[in-house]
Design a protein around this ligand. Structure first.
Ligand SMILES: Cc1cc2nc3c(=O)[nH]c(=O)nc-3n(C[C@H](O)[C@H](O)[C@H](O)COP(=O)(O)O)c2cc1C
Length: 172
């Protein structure tokens, strides 16, 4: 296997949800690389509907943390990337959500490539209006997820997936 192929496939297979972090800060350059990976995600009509709010400030982070039962993850993460959809540029809700999913996966894989740990947090969406209020974002922005990022506190975790035979409905 060539190097790029191996690196990409390894990253896909070894990326895990990392929910506990060391206190060490995440370098600004690493945050930039993660955001760049998100920026290069594909989107329908190339409309790039994602918008980001980066939060390192502990006081604001604590307020965001209170909006989810996964509060400890956000409190302990040195940085969170709050990901929004800009409804002003949205042209098809399903396709735009799919694009934002690709954006989040790109950022998650980028964090993994940098030996950082990250987790995509969706449960917080139940309080999306409150999150927007705290961050004072424009009306057109709708919360899609929070990506918590930090240096992993623990080593490699395991995870499970359904076997491919349960997923392939038909092959012609
Ligand atoms: C749309 C979405 C929402 C998620 N929401 C949460 C969440 O709110 N809290 C959490 O701890 N993990 C959340 N996760 C992470 C999943 O639990 C995790 O990806 C899954 O269990 C597989 O584990 P792995 O990422 O380590 O392979 C979410 C993942 C996705 C894609």
């Amino acid at each position: 296997m060539n190097d790029v192929r191996k690196a990409v496939l390894d990253a896909i297979h070894t990326r895990r949800s990392v929910r506990t972090y060391l206190d060490d800060p995440v370098a600004d350059e690493d945050v930039r690389i993660i955001l760049e990976a998100g920026r290069w995600a594909p989107s329908g009509l190339n409309n790039q509907p994602w918008r980001f709010v980066v939060v390192r400030d502990p006081t604001i982070k604590k307020q965001i943390a209170e909006q989810t039962r996964y509060r400890e993850i956000i409190r302990n993460a040195p940085v969170i990337v709050v990901v929004f959809m800009d409804n002003e540029v949205s042209y098809d809700r399903v396709k735009d959500c799919q694009g934002i999913g690709a954006c989040l996966q790109n950022m998650w894989l980028a964090a993994h490539a940098l030996n950082l740990g990250a987790v995509w947090l969706g449960e917080i969406l139940k309080n999306k209006d409150r999150v927007a209020e705290i961050l004072m974002t424009p009306e057109s922005l709708e919360l899609m997820a929070v990506l918590a990022v930090g240096h992993p506190r623990h080593g490699r975790q395991s995870s499970q997936r359904k076997p491919l035979t349960d997923l392939i409905v038909k092959e012609f």
